[in-house]
Design a protein around this ligand. Structure first.
Ligand code: MOS
Length: 735
């Protein structure tokens, strides 16, 4: 099914199942521990041996010699795989670093060996016996120091630079200006389930039971790395304990498990231990961002510029931190720019709302700074600068839908924004200085072609198969809801099978495109199935109503099972998105409101309450979407207050590589959190009329915290995370 004109009224609009706050259909399996995660798939490979990855001890340089004899002789050891015996390997195009080091080393804790043994303990113990001699190089690890050497490089997802009008002239003549520089640290996705894979060979065919967001990419990248045909690779990833971008691509667990299984002639299971993850896999790169905004006294922006510097390994990508600034506010004169420095700190890559999550931490604080200089309420300033079309491309590219103003006004009302004292440092509650902050939320809402297979059997039971993944987001449930809605049956009659490369290729889970795209693929397949069932039953397709497990038309009705016939009926189709993303700017929007208390004695910040209002097209399952946004807002608080991979700038690695030292917020950190969705249907986005919501909630949440800290204390912080030592430095002595 092509989607290249706006959606008309369609069967999804009935909303008997879709749009309802539906419990997870996979919930019981998950809470009873019967949903098998990658490392627990003992059913597929009961005789699996255990692999333990040995990581490099230097960040950049060469391996001089690897001593494996002692490890090989250790009890239970079946194989030790290194670059010397692994066979020919290549770097997949999607990988910046190779999954196995040797002879050159590209980053700290890059896999240098896999020890395979009968038991987990034997593998781990023998891994300590692998000795590696290195010739280290002097690496570069400090973004601030390398900023001047950064180069312009376009991203895979868009150009590095854009410019419209004459920014320098407009900024120079602006009545009120802000020119501020912000920094954000390296961050770790820190999903619950570590990277894990069981690999098994059957002749020249490879099976990977793994934990991965993008099944088709996993097949492709494994094929490219191992130099085998993609047809020979089977990937299965039905349950995933979170990804946040860390599992968009296969990592060393999968590749090393495959190599280990080949060497040991046994299935092999490999999980990365938590301390290996930050350095071995990917991270969100640190940024330095300069934002300049010039406005008239009336608050209207005339000049806006956002420049971002980040680092990555050679051949890496930029962190697209200025991308939201291209679209969020009006202003005739504008520019954005990204520069990339070479850093030898592991692969910088996607983490929830790549670019936009950290971009908001700068832009939305700059807006707060501008509001203060103008003496305009920060909510009003954002409303004043709303724009209903792409400000770079002009009115010929309108937004498909955009309710930022409504999010801000409804949010301000719900939160009680009117009670905020605009003068900082005025409100006190015992030892706590209390303040309120606001920020807009913007996240592009991309779409990806997505296919599905839908079958109905003689009993009228429906099965949906697609390689879509559920990374904890609720894909199983919204796909079942979509099929139930379209086929006119209760959700209990739908079986959903996900995450297998034998199924049709879906959008996968990434970039907050998964829900809208994958359900649209299911929509396409269900519409095709409806057509074929109606035809088989002798009905006019356009008149046929699918309801209560029946097909009705012209005064007749027939059950789905009967129409399908004794052998059932299965069809496959794909949603193919045309150029609607070109014609219309497609993004979802929101507004964050946060109240913090900052301890006047210790400088500690506590979030007292946060409230967000969001507009993201049709909300397919308000219960699941709310969970997504709560999680994302919480992650925004983490970015504001605590998350930071600390770089050892001498040796080039992340020091705090576990959850004891890499701090993320928990329930108790946010006692009161509200999520409210506005009614919105986006007929330009897809037949589902939905938009992305999974990453929207992180965008702006941290900036609202930063702005609330300023309102509470009068201390303006621009270097994240906003830890108490930084607050304390600026706190007036008002104990
Ligand atoms: Mo997302 S960071 O594209 O999984």
């Amino acid at each position: 099914m092509k989607f290249d004109t706006p959606a008309l009224d369609n069967p999804i609009d009935r909303t008997r199942v879709i749009g309802r706050p539906t419990d997870r259909i996979d919930g019981p399996a998950k809470v009873t521990g019967t949903a098998p995660y990658a490392y627990e798939r003992n059913d597929v490979a009961p005789n699996a041996a255990y692999g333990w990855i040995v990581g490099t001890g230097i960040s950049t340089g060469r391996i001089v010699r690897i001593h494996t004899k002692e490890a090989e002789a250790a009890r239970g050891v079946l194989a030790v795989v290194t670059y010397e015996n692994a066979g020919k390997l290549a770097k997949a195009k999607a990988h910046t670093a190779r999954m196995l080091a040797g002879p050159d080393v590209q980053h700290y804790d890059q896999a240098v060996a896999l020890v395979v043994a009968e038991t987990f303990e034997q593998a781990r113990a023998a891994a300590k016996l692998v000795r590696v001699e290195y010739a280290p190089n002097k690496g570069r690890f400090d973004l601030a120091a390398e900023k001047e050497n950064a180069i312009k490089k376009d991203s895979q997802v868009g150009p590095a630079d854009t410019a419209t009008g004459d920014f320098p002239a407009a900024f120079a003549r602006a009545a009120v200006t802000v020119d501020a520089t912000y920094s954000t640290p390296d961050q770790s996705q820190s999903m619950m389930e570590p990277h894990a894979t069981i690999a098994a060979w059957n002749g020249d065919e490879l099976s990977l039971w793994t934990s991965n967001q993008m099944i088709a990419w996993a097949v492709r990248d494994t094929a490219e790395t191992l130099l085998i045909a993609p047809e020979k690779i089977h990937v299965s990833s039905p349950y995933i304990g979170g990804g946040f971008g860390a599992k968009l691509w296969v990592r060393a667990d999968a590749i090393m498990a495959a190599l280990g299984a080949r060497a040991a002639k046994r299935p092999v299971k490999v999980a990365l231990s938590r301390p290996q993850i930050p350095n071995n896999t990917t991270h969100r790169p640190a940024t330095i961002q300069r934002v300049r905004i010039g406005a008239g006294k009336d608050g209207r922006i005339d000049a806006i510029a956002h420049e971002s510097w980040s680092g990555d390994l050679p051949d890496g990508d930029i962190e697209t931190a200025a991308f939201q600034t291209r679209l969020l506010y009006g202003g005739a004169n504008r520019m954005t720019a990204h520069r990339l420095a070479t850093l030898h700190l592991g692969e910088g890559n996607a983490m929830r709302a790549p670019g936009e999550a950290v971009g908001h931490l700068a832009l939305e604080v700059a807006m707060d700074e501008l509001a203060e200089k103008l003496g305009i309420d920060p909510v009003q300033l954002r409303i004043l600068n709303d724009i209903q079309h792409d400000p770079e491309k002009g009115p010929e590219r309108p937004f498909s839908s955009r309710k930022l103003v409504e999010c801000l006004t409804v949010g301000a009302e719900r939160f009680g924004w009117a009670k905020r004292n605009p003068k900082p440092g005025q409100v006190r509650d015992g030892d706590w200085l209390v303040g309120m902050g606001v920020a807009s939320a913007f996240r592009n809402s991309p779409t990806q072609d997505s296919a599905a297979r839908v079958g109905v059997d003689a009993k009228g039971l429906i099965t949906v198969e697609t390689d879509m993944t559920d990374i904890g987001t609720g894909s199983y449930t919204i796909i079942a809801q979509t099929a139930a809605e379209l086929m006119g049956v209760p959700i209990e009659r739908i079986t959903v099978k996900l995450g297998d490369s034998k199924a049709p290729v879906s959008s996968g889970s990434g970039g907050q495109w998964g829900a809208n795209s994958s359900t649209s693929g299911v929509y396409a397949a269900c519409m095709k199935l409806r057509g074929e069932l109606a035809k088989k039953a002798g009905f006019n397709v356009n008149e046929a109503v699918f309801e209560d497990g029946q097909i009705r038309a012209g005064g007749r009705n027939i059950s789905l099972g009967e129409a399908a016939g004794p052998d059932g009926l299965t069809v496959e189709d794909k949603i193919e998105f045309g150029d609607m993303q070109k014609k219309f700017a497609q993004a979802s929007f929101g507004a964050h409101f946060v109240e913090v208390g900052v301890n006047a004695v210790t400088g500690e910040t506590r979030v007292r309450r946060m409230s967000g209002v969001f507009a993201a097209g049709r909300i397919l399952n308000p219960k699941a979407a709310r969970s997504q946004v709560i999680g994302a807002m919480t992650m925004g608080v983490g970015a504001a207050l605590m998350e930071e991979l600390v770089v050892d700038k001498r040796f080039g690695y992340f020091v705090n590589h576990d959850l004891a030292e890499y701090h993320i917020p928990v329930h108790a950190d946010i006692p009161n959190q509200e999520v409210h969705f506005l009614e919105e249907l986006d007929d330009k986005s897809s037949p589902m009329k939905a938009k992305g919501v999974g990453e929207l909630g992180i965008c702006g949440a941290g900036a609202a915290v930063a702005n609330a800290i300023y309102n509470a204390t009068g201390v303006r912080l621009r270097d994240y995370p906003l830890t108490l030592d930084k607050v304390l430095e600026g706190l007036p002595s008002i104990v």
